[in-house]
Ligand binder design. Sequence first.
Ligand SMILES: Cc1cc2nc3c(=O)[nH]c(=O)nc-3n(C[C@H](O)[C@H](O)[C@H](O)COP(=O)(O)OP(=O)(O)OC[C@H]3O[C@@H](n4cnc5c(N)ncnc54)[C@H](O)[C@@H]3O)c2cc1C
Length: 552
Amino acid sequence: MSKPTIMTVDDDPQVLAAITRDLLNQYGADYRIVRASSGREALDVLTKLTLRDELLALIAADQRMPEMTGIEMLQQAQAHVPGAKMLLLTAYADTDVAIRAINDIGLDYYLLKPWDPPEERLYPIIDDLLDDWSKAHPDQTSDVRVIGHRWSDRTHEIKMFLARNHVPYRWYDVEQDAEAERLRSLADAATSDLPLVLVPAGETLRSPSTLSLAAALGLHTSAEQPLYDLCIVGAGPAGLAAGVYAASEGLSSVIVEREAPGGQAGRSAAIENYLGFPKGLSGSDLAQRAIAQVSRFGAEMVLARDVVGFESRGPVRAVLLQDSGEIESRALIVATGVSYRRLEARGLSELTGRGVYYGTAVGEANQCQGEVVYIVGAANSAGQAALELSRFAKHVVLVVRAGTLTETMSSYLIARITTAHNIAVRYHSEVVAAHGAGHLESLTLSDTKTGTTEDAPASWLFIFIGASPRTDWLGPDIVRDERGFVVTGQDLIRPGSEQRWPLARPPFALETSVPGVFAAGDVRLDSMKRVASAVGEGAMSVYLVHRYLATI
Ligand SMILES: Cc1cc2nc3c(=O)[nH]c(=O)nc-3n(C[C@H](O)[C@H](O)[C@H](O)COP(=O)(O)OP(=O)(O)OC[C@H]3O[C@@H](n4cnc5c(N)ncnc54)[C@H](O)[C@@H]3O)c2cc1C
């Protein structure tokens, strides 16, 4: 396969030569660097690349060019190469135009000229953009191969696990790819062995459990120390933030995660309200940055392990892991967030994982290429999914029980959904049944105003109908409300509440009814249910852990 391309566009020959030279020096080994001296020439080159089926990773274009500005050129380029990263080279006077282009054309970054020294002002930005691009094009780099049936729930789980843990893989559908059949017979695998996972320089894994897959990929699945200062359960934004602050402040720390670091945020296609990222960033990008930060500071991560029990052993807090194993620590942060609620409708549970999915992983959306997709839900998560899936699907139908989205979804998402040419919102509607032999083939939708029902052919249904915490594993000593949210701080000792706080001192703000056990993020009663607040609570809980440790 040929190298992906980076294109530079500038009408000033000296600037064009300088940016081309700098990019060649740093990226020439892995990318082909091509140049164009006008917007028109750039679009001609792009047409040729597309015809040859070659990949374009990034365009770095000057804004001020005669005939066609950089932004006009980038906007037209999107039609040829929709996934390519777009960088605008600007003068200070064009800053406003560049910021507008972030909204108008999805510009990825603008860079003020000159960019010297490139090591500080150019390469870190390009590294980030290329990193993002490579994650969205795993076929370029992947040695892990998954061979299975498109409509198998186990195949789906394995693909989700790989995608959400940022393991690039190549996917072979046994019903559609000749190569899949070849690999299956080479591995001498029966149909019951599917899905197969081929890992580099390893054995062939036959329908592996998540834990054995994680171990084969070299992920860390057990704790190294007998006792930690701090154990954090859950690696969503709250848990990862707690990990960064705890490890950077010298606490020996371990984070346990059962699915993938990033939590719910890791499923978000675009988090646009997180401070410091004006263009927004994908949840997967945020998670990857956080994992790097956690590792840099030396917190340990134990992956693919489900925490199923909690015990207090004198001053020690212990969590029990599914199958076997436990982790002891002097303090514990519960950052387990919330999980999607199940939709009750005839036929849905049988087809879950076979066309019916709860949530969606960024990167999986391209599976729905050219097809009709139904989404149930009216909150921001459903709106984001509709926009993400509409990039690939022929048509997206958002099924909403209410008569409006305004009370449940942010206005910036509503505006984009209502102007998208291939998204329709079906108000006053519910999915009442799902049908299909082996995988989803059609849905029965009801109109809640008229009471009429209608059958519609459908292969894909994504459900986003709110979430609830799964906190049973905490046992009876940690007080929760009737929905399972963990009660903390002053709420434990509020006059009139059941008094379950055992010490003379009042509980710290995020402390639970067991001293030394804290709760942060969505799992906590009355938390804000946003990335920024989860991050804030994760960081704050570490400050409170220090205060607690000083008391024992
Ligand atoms: C699709 C989507 C889009 C969103 N978009 C935005 C947005 O744009 N802006 C915004 O501010 N917010 C957004 N949110 C909300 C935001 O993601 C959450 O508020 C935030 O992720 C909460 O973080 P958390 O760490 O508390 O919990 P979570 O993100 O839920 O993470 C909890 C983690 O704990 C793990 N876990 C749970 N139980 C166990 C166990 N027993 N053992 C081991 N691990 C366990 C889970 O696997 C998970 O990884 C979105 C949510 C979704 C679903």
